[in-house]
Design a protein around this ligand. Structure first.
Ligand SMILES: Nc1ncnc2c1ncn2[C@@H]1O[C@H](COP(=O)(O)OP(=O)(O)O)[C@@H](O)[C@H]1O
Ligand SMILES: [Mg+2]
Length: 265
């Protein structure tokens, strides 16, 4: 399902935060339809790469291209409109709103009727509302949350909140979906379900996906037919198949040398 056209290119990208070089001379291309894993010890620069691609920070050096166009100077909302969407390592839902409303917000960013029409509930507004509800339910079904439509997002178990974040990210009709540690805090069974879910989303929506993940079984399984990029101290340490990455001496020593407490993997 991949083609030879890159959807995303990072050309010699560096990010300097004061004295810290969080990302160093990163070169990387993602092909259309590809699902690539991004791993590395805590502080390696993974989330910073997502912040760069979504326009929430700008590179100190280098350039980023989305579908061949430079993203330089583009705001987060503009890039969202271009088709770039993400989830957050620290969940960012609206806890007091329902599951339905959290997803509807993403779809509502482009209503095709006026506030006045919505107020007096014209047939056009009613039809649009029905269509919106249909789309929200479709997305909630894809992440297995169809039975939680009216629940407040804030009281959902953690694993389900992570799934809701994915549905919300999908509501903006992205071409490129960036998932920042979607399995964080999940147990083995939940990880297994998440793998199936992400695989299904990738195949049916044909998104290009970058997956940051610490659960090694999740990354290795989802990237079994593609590539994984390993970052360490802001630098690309290795890019390769799961088997290549698992036997790479530099990768092994970066992981063994880092004192990461999380997941123990
Ligand atoms: N907005 C920021 N300001 C200053 N330093 C930052 C900022 N964001 C990240 N960093 C630093 O950049 C490095 C990489 O962080 P991050 O990209 O979050 O790593 P990862 O997601 O791989 O754990 C860390 O040293 C972190 O403290
Ligand atoms: Mg991170």
């Amino acid at each position: 399902m991949t083609t030879s056209d890159p959807i995303l290119t990072l050309d010699n990208v560096t990010v300097q935060f004061g004295g810290v070089r969080a990302v160093r001379n990163v070169n990387f291309s993602l092909q259309k339809g590809e699902l690539v894993g991004l791993i590395g010890p805590n502080g390696a620069g993974k989330t910073t790469i997502f912040n760069l691609i979504t326009g929430s920070i700008a590179p100190s050096e280098g350039q980023i291209f989305f579908n061949g166009k430079s993203i330089k100077g583009k705001r987060v909302d503009e890039l969202c409109h271009w088709g770039i969407s993400r989830t957050f390592q620290n969940i960012r839902l609206f806890p007091q709103m329902t599951v339905f409303e959290n997803v509807a917000l993403g779809l509502h960013s482009r209503p095709h009727y006026s506030v006045f029409e919505a107020f007096i509930r014209t047939p056009r507004a009613l039809k649009a509302e029905k269509e919106l509800a249909h789309q929200v339910l479709d997305l909630l079904k894809m992440v297995g949350l169809q039975d939680y439509v009216k629940q407040k997002a804030g009281i959902l178990p953690y694993g389900l909140q992570r799934r809701l974040e994915i549905a919300r990210a999908m509501a903006t009709h992205p071409e490129l979906l960036l998932l920042d540690e979607p399995a964080a805090g999940m147990n083995e069974d939940e990880c297994h379900e998440l793998i199936q879910m992400i695989r299904n989303i990738h195949e049916s929506k044909q998104y290009s996906i970058i997956l940051i993940e610490h659960h090694m079984n999740v990354v290795m399984e989802l990237c079994r037919d593609s590539r994984i990029m390993v970052l360490n101290l802001g630098e690309v340490l290795a890019v390769g198949s799961p088997a290549e990455i698992q036997s790479d001496a530099k990768v092994l020593s970066a992981y063994l040398g880092s004192k990461r407490g999380r997941n123990g993997k």
